[in-house]
Write a protein of this length. Structure first.
Lengths: 576, 163
């Protein structure tokens, strides 16, 4: 089969099984767009900003586990995409981003819409390529998908100069069946000796805790994790990124840990003697002050990426390998040696944990007058029966969603944990909705965040994506305001968002349904109504308590035991 | 501690900037870095001198290994190895000082490879300390220009850093 470069690009995507490409055209990719136009298999989704193309591809990848694909033009197209690439990089999301580039003879001449895309994206990709010859396209794209999806996944950028896709140059095409790279061989199996060592620690443990992260979700290891945790009877806590990998309703689940984690999770971390870290990377929002982190623990760490091991916290028993296989092996061992688990100690441990749990740290003031954000999320959970895909932006609303929407399954909770990218929620939800058209997909967002990619409401109209936008509108850049209240004596420097649009009218002008909700009593019915509109995007502008804060909280640089609670809870405990 | 690390990398455009970028992005110290193709034209070999605590060096080697273009890596400091650096140094060499410079160069086994009425260029190889010592031995006012290659390293014994 003879094809030109542009056709080869598209054919590679077809051969790779790509369903959707999220993109935006421009000069350098016109040949590719022309090739896209002449086929039906690969569906191109026209976004309204390249940042959204990358977030949508990212959301698709997070929800499905398959690589997301974006296509943007050179120069500003590529620079607009960078935020989304960095977002995916920080959370290890498989993604292939095709960027147009000026024709090879012009590279380096400051040509129109030229930027050094490979240079700009280098620090925020797993790898990137500049294709200089039409004959290299197929192999490079194959490599890009292989690298993006194997080992610790991540985004790969493929920069394609315009002359490489020249329609006049046709060459024989064949998509490589597989690639071998002598320089890249991700680990496929965890060391059995290390697994055994870990198991010995687990059997001796008196106050163990599992601390699991996004790697369990990306590594599709939820099932063996559940097996292992149930087999051992140990408590488990999860990072923001790992939520859903273990069912939140399970008794053994202590909730999220870290800066806005639960009292029981953080206290268990502080007191544990054997910490079993799985696909988690000891991020500073999780560890708090390193010197105070798990002071009494021997640490086991399972991760596919050797550079994650002992990066921030020294680990005693590292196991480098795919979490799925390692957990499977461990679950089997745990089953065989179940009788050797120190059940008496574990029983005592649970008694202590239950005392911490009884504090009920997430309790909040229910009000009949004003909608509390916590209540808004709880109601969302109720109405969606806990079975929706929830994407979110960044801020207080994100933390409330993480705390009050208990996720039972992996890949349901989709948010930018590592980079913390405001503007992620709406476009990523588009990607999810394309993947699962029948599922309920809700965006829990803030009035600050939603405005960062609000233009995507047009994309949602064009493709009839019936998302539900749950705007927890506090009129503040709430998370910023909270820090200013706590750490800057209430000097609210530029955290008040003046001149908000009428979101209902705004949604309507894009052709969607808008709703104002202001009273707690109306909330449930409003959700019911919104979710009943199966084929409409509903934008719910929910006026919430403007000054609610996220609790508990560990101040940056403090230890897990130095959490503070909501004022109400603190007062009650003082009395008691 | 000072470490000397050898890398075999795919001989691709941009491979060098991936390494350099890694060091600046993660705030690692880089003392010298040399790179050139090898007998296998698809590979280039890099020698990198860095300093850091054990934990930092461990991260450096892991992060380098993580780069897709890096084929093989060895921390030469972990075993017996040989280090050499090439220096070209231009020194003022006038009248009485000419002989002294020549004598010094001889002691350090340097070769004078360019001569004018007022200057010499001396070529010298050795480990970094030796080159430092030579520069120290010459009066600072007499040094016109120094150019150094950065260290090259190779492990002792019959084993090679091959694929
Ligand atoms: C692109 C980007 N810019 C700035 C920030 C810093 N930031 C974190 S949370 C936040 C406030 C978000 O406000 P809003 O979306 O209204 O959410 P709220 O906290 O009020 O729920 C800001 C500005 C960020 N995370 N991302
Ligand atoms: Mg807000």
């Amino acid at each position: 089969m003879e094809l030109n470069g542009a056709e080869i690009v598209v054919q590679c995507l077809r051969d790779e099984g790509v369903e959707y490409v999220f993109g935006y055209p421009g000069g350098a990719v016109l040949h590719i767009y022309d090739a896209l136009f002449q086929q039906q298999e690969v569906h191109h989704i026209l976004v309204r900003h390249e940042q959204a193309a990358t977030h949508a591809a990212d959301g698709y990848a997070r929800a499905t586990g398959k690589p997301g694909v974006a296509l943007v033009t050179s120069g500003p197209g590529a620079t607009n995409a960078v935020t989304g690439i960095a977002t995916a990089y920080m959370d290890s999301i498989p993604m292939v981003v095709l960027t147009g580039q000026v024709a090879t003879p012009f590279i380096g001449s400051d040509a129109f819409q030229e930027v050094d895309t490979v240079g700009i994206t280098r620090p925020c990709v797993k790898h990137n390529f500049l294709i200089k010859d039409v004959r290299d396209i197929a192999e490079t794209i194959k490599k890009a998908f292989y690298i993006a999806t194997s080992g610790r996944p991540g985004p790969v950028v493929v920069d394609i100069p315009k002359d490489v896709t020249d329609p006049a140059i046709r060459i024989p095409y064949e998509y490589p069946k597989k690639v071998e790279m002598r320089s890249y061989n991700p680990v496929t199996k965890g060391h059995s000796g290390q697994i055994k060592k870990a198991m010995e620690l687990i059997l001796k443990a008196e106050r163990p805790v599992f601390y699991t992260g996004g790697g369990v979700v990306t590594g599709d290891a939820s099932k063996p994790l559940i097996d292992l945790v149930r087999e051992t009877g140990f408590p488990i806590t999860s990072t923001l990124m790992g939520l859903g990998a273990f069912p939140a309703s399970d008794k053994q689940f202590l909730g999220m840990l870290g800066m806005h984690g639960t009292y029981e999770a953080n206290m268990a971390m502080h007191e544990t003697d054997v910490l079993i870290a799985v696909g988690s990377r000891f991020d500073d929002r999780v560890t708090g002050k390193i010197a105070l982190f798990c002071p009494n623990a021997t640490i086991i760490h399972i991760d596919i990426d050797p550079s994650s091991i002992s990066k921030n916290v020294r680990v005693d028993v590292p196991i480098v390998g795919p979490v799925k296989q390692v957990l499977r092996d461990m679950a089997k061992l745990a089953q065989e040696h179940k009788a050797d688990i120190n059940t008496t100690a574990i029983k005592h441990w649970w008694e202590r944990i239950e005392k911490w749990r009884a504090v009920d740290c997430l309790r909040y003031d229910r009000s009949a007058e004003v909608i509390k954000p916590q209540y808004a999320v709880e109601m969302l959970h109720k109405v969606t029966k806990g079975d929706a895909y929830i994407t979110s932006d960044v801020g207080q609303h994100q933390m409330f969603a993480a705390q009050f929407y208990p996720f039972e399954k992996p890949r349901r909770w989709i948010n930018s944990g590592g980079l913390g990218t405001m503007g992620f929620g709406l476009p990523s939800a588009m990607g999810v909705k394309f993947a699962y058209p029948k599922a309920d997909v809700a965006v829990v967002t803030g009035e600050g965040s939603i405005q960062m990619c609000i233009q995507e409401l047009a994309t949602c109209k064009q493709y009839e994506l019936p998302l539900k936008i749950v705007l927890l509108n506090n009129g503040y850049l709430g998370m910023v305001r909270q820090w200013q209240e706590f750490f800057y004596s209430g000097r609210y420097s530029h955290s008040y968002v003046d001149s908000l649009p009428d979101f209902v009218k705004l949604a309507e002008s894009f052709g969607h349904v808008g709703m104002h909700v202001t009273r707690p009593g109306d909330l449930e019915a409003a959700y019911e109504e919104a979710f009943a509109m199966k084929d409409r995007l509903v934008f719910m502008d929910i006026k919430i308590d403007p000054e609610e804060n996220v609790y508990p909280m560990i101040e940056a640089g403090k230890g897990h035991h130095e959490m503070y609670m909501s004022p109400q809870l603190s007062a009650e405990r003082e009395l008691a | 501690m000072r470490h000397i690390i050898s890398l075999l990398m795919e001989n691709e455009a941009g491979a060098l900037s991936r390494v350099a970028g890694l060091f600046s992005a993660r705030g690692y110290n880089i003392e010298s870095l040399t790179v050139a193709p090898t007998e296998d034209p698809t590979l280039s070999r890099m020698t990198l001198v860095t300093r850091g605590s054990d934990a930092v060096i461990e991260q450096i080697t892991k992060q380098l290994n993580k780069l897709i273009d890096v084929v093989k890596l060895v921390d030469l400091s972990e075993g017996k190895h040989i280090e050499r650096e090439l220096m070209l140094i231009k020194v003022r060499a006038e009248k009485t000082y000419r002989d002294e410079v020549k004598r010094l160069a001889d002691i350090f086994r340097g070769n004078i490879i360019d001569v004018t009425d007022t200057s010499f260029i001396i070529e010298m190889t050795g480990d970094c300390d030796k080159l430092d010592a030579f520069i120290k031995a010459i009066h600072p006012d007499m040094v016109v220009e120094v150019v150094r290659s950065g260290a090259l390293g190779i492990a002792r014994g019959d084993k090679g850093l091959n694929l």
